[in-house]
Design a protein around this ligand. Structure first.
Ligand code: CP3
Length: 344
């Protein structure tokens, strides 16, 4: 497909560009009135995720409304545990809930793994195909998955947690079991992401939302090798690794064969650059709460952030946009970036 706006892909490939591209993590979702209106007519979140025409519709909403430089396919990281055999519910106002979790060896043995699991996610591949047809090359389409460690957290705990101490307990008490489970998640994620690329995902982002609760040593042992395998399995598209809170792992992240490293708002770009080296592209990292400020201040903060990163930068927030963010704040952010021009 010939893209009319390929700024994101040119930047991710390390090319010289005229300005940084901009999109927002969680741009498809509750910040948009059109999302809330559609969502209110449905039985729940999963109906939206599992109905390709509707998933495509909400994927495109932020491109129409916000004029961002990329679309991200509407789905969730939790489709992977579900495909492996652990179904999830999305409980209104509470978040994900898994009736069944992983506690022992025999439960790990019973999981569906790799292509057999990935093949159950046909609705995601259909949504990608339908989205690209409707986008008609306006912007690139991003595909994503959760990182093995973050998926492991949900499969062990069965819901969100402040500490994920049950998941961490397995790393300390049963490291061999932990590696077996991480291996199976990785194999499945690779099969899934290859299908996503085959069906039109042009860049892949891997979300390690719970990276920040591990030590540097644990991240090196239980996360980095699996992220390495995922990145190596996707030679045909740029990969963005977003490990939230993992300032302590920046040097290890810098050695991954990925093009882009996502940074949260706690991480200073110059500090990250010193640890990661000169070649990677960075993505981030405005505090999502900055978007509650007046439009003029948002624009100034965006420009200041762009200057502090220098080149090799994809503009985003440091984590997903919060659902109660004023739409005018989001638009002020996007427009400020789009009005920016790097000086020669
Ligand atoms: O716009 C986009 O970014 C694409 C869609 C997307 C969703 N979830 C839709 C969603 C993406 C990329 C995700 C990733 C995701 N899902 C992550 C990693 C990113 C991060 O935020 O750290 C995680 C940890 C999840 C798991 C998850 N999904 C939780 C914990 C929750 C409940 C909290 C919440 O935000 O409501 C979800 C639900 C969810 N996923 C919603 C959306 C739009 C809200 C559901 C609704 O409409 O009611």
């Amino acid at each position: 497909m010939k893209l009319k706006n390929d700024l994101l892909l040119r930047t991710a490939r390390g090319e010289e560009v005229e300005r940084p591209p901009v999109w927002l993590m969680r741009q498809a979702g509750r910040i948009l009135p059109q999302y809330r209106a559609l969502r209110a007519k449905l039985s729940g979140f999963k109906e939206l995720v599992e109905t390709p025409d509707l998933a495509a519709e909400v994927t495109i909403q932020p491109v129409d409304e916000l004029d961002v430089d990329a679309a991200i396919i509407f789905s969730d990281i939790l489709v992977i545990p579900e495909a492996m055999g652990l179904t999830y519910e999305m409980v209104e106002k509470k978040g994900p809930w898994f009736p069944q979790t992983i506690t022992n060896q025999s439960e790990i043995d019973q999981l569906v793994v790799g292509e057999a699991a990935a093949e159950r996610l046909g609705y995601v591949y259909d949504a990608l195909r339908i989205t690209n047809r409707a986008l008609d090359g306006r912007v690139p389409l991003i595909g994503f998955a959760g990182a093995p460690w973050t998926i492991f957290c949900y499969m062990i705990e069965g819901q969100g947690s402040k500490t994920f101490s049950k998941a961490k307990k397995m790393l300390y008490a049963h490291p061999k079991l932990a590696h077996q489970l991480l291996d199976k998640i990785t194999e499945t994620t690779i099969a899934y992401l290859k299908q996503k690329v085959a069906h039109g995902a042009m860049l892949i982002q891997v979300f390690d939302s719970w990276a920040g609760i591990l030590s540097a040593e644990q991240y090196r042992t239980f996360a980095i090798p699996y992220l390495q395998r995922i990145a190596e399995a996707l030679p045909d598209v740029p990969v963005t690794q977003f490990s939230k809170g993992a300032w302590f792992a920046l040097a290890d992240l810098g050695s991954l064969p990925v093009q882009t490293i996502g940074l949260d708002w706690n991480t200073d770009p110059a500090y990250a650059r010193a640890l990661v080296g000169p070649t990677k592209v960075f993505q981030g990292n405005l505090d999502p709460c900055q978007l509650y400020a007046p439009a003029e201040e948002i624009a100034q903060a965006a420009q200041q952030m762009i200057r502090s990163f220098g080149r090799k930068h994809i503009v985003n927030l440091g984590h997903g946009v919060y659902p109660d963010t004023p739409l005018d704040g989001v638009k002020a952010f996007v427009q400020a970036v789009k009005a920016y021009a790097y000086s020669a």
